[in-house]
Unconditional design. Structure first.
Length: 296
């Protein structure tokens, strides 16, 4: 099976590298040019998304946002211009579930099939091939691509029809944002009460409040290390998707809206590139207190 990969950023490059490490014949394209280490590993540098489609049976896309996916698929020299019967387009970006269903319908008009397969696990998971991959699409199409998914991730699930993967990813980001906010509130409360927030965090890790976010993001809050793993501006994008989808469905997401307001406040103070655990800085501003600050 020949594969193609479009988008070789922080996530896409290691994902493509893992496909190649497993012996997959791979053509790739990114606007800045395919990195030398990939071409030296045997990846073919394509000249456009259309060129990738001409060379591959399965075409993976990993780009930042909905307009980027549309441009890759249907823009000038886009994938759709070279699609043929039996090919599979797999969008691993995190984008609008509503747009995803439209893109899938347009791809199917060309005789190809479509999976949406957003991921969770970040750069670390991409490099370690341990991503969680949430897939929407037909069972038979999923079964065809599953061996390739297994080269990039460890927890690969078919959620439902096209768009279901994106809904699952949106739900993931809602939970992550709300949990970051809750951890921030709890540690800030402890600190302003004059209690060592790091000791509180460690104690809570042994109880029912324990979570991966308390472990990792809570430590970032107490140590005040906000260099990005996952940037606030990217989480803003994901919550915009959640809120827009909720509006289209007539669903109220009050806590999600609050989290987005806190992210917006961080962004307004120069924090777009902070790690999303930096949300706590908006809470600290409201409390006039930084975690770890000595009380007067």
């Amino acid at each position: 099976m020949k594969a193609g990969f479009i988008g070789l950023g922080i996530m896409g490059k290691p994902m493509a590298a893992n496909l190649r490490k497993n012996g997959i014949e791979l053509a790739a394209f990114t606007r800045s040019g395919v990195p030398d280490d990939l071409t030296q590993a045997g990846v073919t540098a394509a000249t456009s998304p259309a060129d990738v489609a001409a060379k591959a049976d399965v075409i993976f896309i990993m780009v930042p946002d909905t307009p980027d996916v549309e441009r890759v698929l249907f823009g000038e020299d886009g994938v759709a211009s070279k699609l043929r019967q039996g090919q599979i387009v797999v969008d691993m970006s995190s984008i609008s579930p509503i747009a995803t269903r439209d893109f899938a319908a347009r791809v199917r008009e060309k005789g190809a099939d479509y999976l949406d397969a957003p991921v969770s696990g970040g750069e670390v998971g991409a490099k370690a091939a341990s991503l969680t991959i949430m897939v929407g699409g037909a069972q038979a199409t999923f079964d065809t691509v599953k061996p390739l998914f297994d080269m990039m991730g460890k927890n690969v699930s078919l959620i439902g029809e096209v768009g279901a993967g994106q809904i699952c990813k949106v739900a993931n980001q809602v939970i992550v944002a709300a949990t970051i906010e809750a951890v921030g509130e709890a540690l800030l409360l402890a600190s302003k009460a004059g209690v060592d927030a790091e000791k509180v965090r460690k104690a809570l890790m042994g109880g029912f409040a324990s979570s991966r976010i308390l472990e990792v993001h809570g430590e970032r809050m107490t140590k005040r290390t906000f260099d990005p793993g996952f940037r606030i501006e990217l989480h803003q994008k994901d919550l915009n998707l959640a809120l827009a989808t909720a509006q289209s469905l007539g669903v109220s997401l009050p806590n999600t809206a609050t989290c987005q307001a806190l992210f917006n406040a961080c962004a307004a103070h120069g924090g777009k590139a902070w790690d999303h655990s930096g949300m706590v800085r908006a809470l600290e501003y409201l409390a006039d207190h930084e975690i770890g600050q000595q009380q007067k």
